[in-house]
Design a protein around this ligand. Structure first.
Ligand code: CMP
Length: 140
């Protein structure tokens, strides 16, 4: 299986509840390695740019407000099949539909405040990693 990198965001609902460590432990237990990490607060322009693909969706404005409502922890996760593995560990977008034992099932507050984001494909992973990190900041 190929070694991949994927972009992960621990969202404001999780930083507010001080559960970033519990979430990171889930990634590590699944064999994913944190090779870059920083905590920051997104500006409105940054959140709009990051979620530009969802611009036409009815939930876009609310999503941007939520993502700027507090700090986030952005990370690059590395491992075999990291993109799919991370999505498996996160669970479905809607916590009501997420499988038992997944991060979203155990921690998410709602479909919007769903604790984590993860890239969905190799091309988006590359673009999303580049959005937050330069090469010097990614240390495997
Ligand atoms: P994420 O994986 O970061 O990708 C887009 C985000 O939009 C998603 O997680 C949720 O936070 C949010 N989202 C997706 N669908 C909905 C929805 N139906 N209502 C509100 N927010 C949503």
């Amino acid at each position: 299986m190929p070694v991949e990198q994927t972009l992960s965001i621990i969202k404001p609902d999780a930083t507010r509840r001080n559960i970033t460590g519990e979430i990171i432990a889930r990634f590590e237990k699944a064999g994913l390695r944190v090779v870059a990490q920083k905590r920051l607060t997104l500006s409105t322009a940054q959140a709009e740019a990051f979620y530009n693909v969802h611009k036409a969706r009815p939930f876009f404005k609310s999503l941007v407000e939520f993502m700027t409502s507090g700090p986030v922890v952005v990370q690059v996760l590395e491992g075999e099949n990291a993109i799919a593995k991370n999505r498996e560990v996160m669970g479905a977008t809607d916590p009501a539909k997420a499988a038992p034992g997944t991060i979203r099932k155990d921690f998410a507050e709602s479909i919007e405040a769903n604790s984590v984001h993860g890239s969905d494909a190799p091309e988006t992973a590359k673009a999303e990693i580049r959005f937050f990190f330069c090469d010097l900041e990614i240390v495997g």
